[in-house]
Write a protein that binds this ligand. Structure first.
Ligand code: PLP
Length: 413
């Protein structure tokens, strides 16, 4: 997407606005697919929570992706987006037995991450195959440190509980069809990831009827210049070869599955916001935009660094800025950031706005959530409208009779 395209989108749909480049999503999907081309059965299940607009889900479906879901509502969204039930995997954490049963009834693959629910589910539904989520207690610690951390993680069934797990499986006579891990940490060191994979292979040998091994996600994408990203091609080469050897030992062609979210959609997204105020103080120059952590919370929540460009003045002299929002709290997007000179009314473009951006947006400060636009084959299509005033009141119950307040009609838009 060129600056001119983005400016036109901001002009047409207003600001702030999210824009997603379908072609970038497709090229990331293809990159991952070709990295693992030597594996006969590869299944990519897009992690819906990264960006769950139904048009994005349909795009993923058209690419041949499956869907990774973490709530019954995401399962339903996936079915609505045309995914076949068997192409959806439900990998929740801490949800009720009832919710898992509801998903099972819809025919999607079930992934269970604790022994209590596994025992209850297996006792009631021994005929429904289940995948188990393992916590290998391996954490990428940078520079090839293998720290046996993650012992505090709430995710997965500890590798040390395998004897108890096997007992439950034997006693309930349930069928385990998949082994899964998702450590949640960024894969920077491929050897650490391969080490965790060995634990998964070792675990897999305990089960005779597996269909797949799911290696989760954690693919890291660059957020700013100089950031390290996961070397997908090297990981593909090494893990594919190891996986193919394992299948021979196991005696069956298993499916190798992944659940990428960020890798597929992060870089495809741009968030466009307008500068309301340029404010020179004694210590910095603030540029306040018509947004805040109600629309993009990652910088404040995780300290994420999103690259920011001034697309209205890309050739302007560079200055240091603090980019802040209009929320009545400290909502700093970036400090001491070198950006082409900013004037009030300029449009700033935030990179990596595809994953965990809109899906975490809220109505804090009673602001509307922004629209979403899909850039597909050189054309901008609105895929979510900007909210309107009535959306803020939707589901609110006005207790008219309690307080006897006389109200006047308010013109809203
Ligand atoms: C969030 C999540 C993912 C996706 O993680 P990314 O870092 O966005 O790729 C995959 N699997 C599960 C179970 C998740 O909860």
């Amino acid at each position: 997407m060129k600056h001119a395209d983005l400016l036109k989108i901001a002009n047409t749909f207003g600001d702030p606005v999210y824009v997603y480049d379908a072609q970038k999503i497709q090229s990331q999907f293809n990159r991952l697919t070709s990295a693992f081309s030597s594996v006969r059965n590869l299944k990519l299940n897009y992690a819906a929570k990264a960006l769950s607009n139904i048009s994005i889900l349909k795009l993923m479906n058209s690419l041949g992706s499956g869907l990774d879901t973490v709530s019954i509502q995401e399962v339903q969204l996936g079915l609505l987006a045309g995914f076949k039930a068997q192409d959806i995997i439900f990998t929740p954490n801490g949800v009720s037995l009832e919710e898992i049963e509801e998903a099972a009834k819809l025919g999607v693959r079930i992934n269970i991450d604790n022994l209590s629910i596994l025992e209850q589910f297996g006792s009631k539904h021994p005929d429904i195959p289940v995948c188990i989520r393992i916590n290998p207690h391996v954490m990428a610690g940078g520079n090839s440190n293998i720290s046996v951390g993650h012992i505090d993680s709430k995710f997965g069934i500890s590798i040390h509980q395998i004897p108890h797990l096997l007992r439950i499986v034997a006693l309930t006579e349930m069928n385990i069809n998949g082994i899964h891990m998702h450590t949640g940490s960024d894969i920077l060191d491929i050897d650490v990831f391969l080490y965790a994979s060995e634990i998964l292979f070792e675990t897999a040998k305990n089960f005779k009827n597996l269909d797949f091994i799911d290696f989760g996600s954690g693919f890291k994408v660059p957020y700013k210049e100089g950031d390290i990203e996961t070397n997908i091609e090297e990981l593909g080469k090494k893990l594919s070869s190891r996986f193919n050897t394992f299948c021979k030992e196991y005696g069956k062609e298993l499916t190798l599955a992944f659940e990428p979210g960020k890798f597929l959609v992060s870089e495809a997204g741009r968030f466009l916001a307008k500068v309301n105020v340029v404010k020179q103080t004694t210590s910095t120059v603030f540029a306040s935009i018509d947004s805040g952590f109600n629309h993009l919370i990652r910088p404040m929540l995780y300290g994420a660094s999103h690259h920011i460009e001034n697309i209205s003045n890309p050739k302007g002299r560079e200055r240091f800025y603090s980019i802040v929002g209009y929320i009545c709290e400290t909502d700093t997007f970036a400090s001491n950031r070198r950006i082409n000179e900013i004037s009030e009314g300029d449009i700033l473009s935030f990179h990596n706005a595809g994953a965990y951006c809109f899906t975490m947006a809220s109505n804090y400060n009673s602001r509307f959530r922004p629209p979403e636009v899909l850039w597909y084959k050189g054309k901008a299509t609105l895929i979510r409208e900007r909210e309107v005033f009535n959306d803020l009141l939707k589901n609110q119950v006005d207790v008219k009779d309690l307080f006897n307040i006389k109200t006047e009609k308010v013109a809203v838009k």
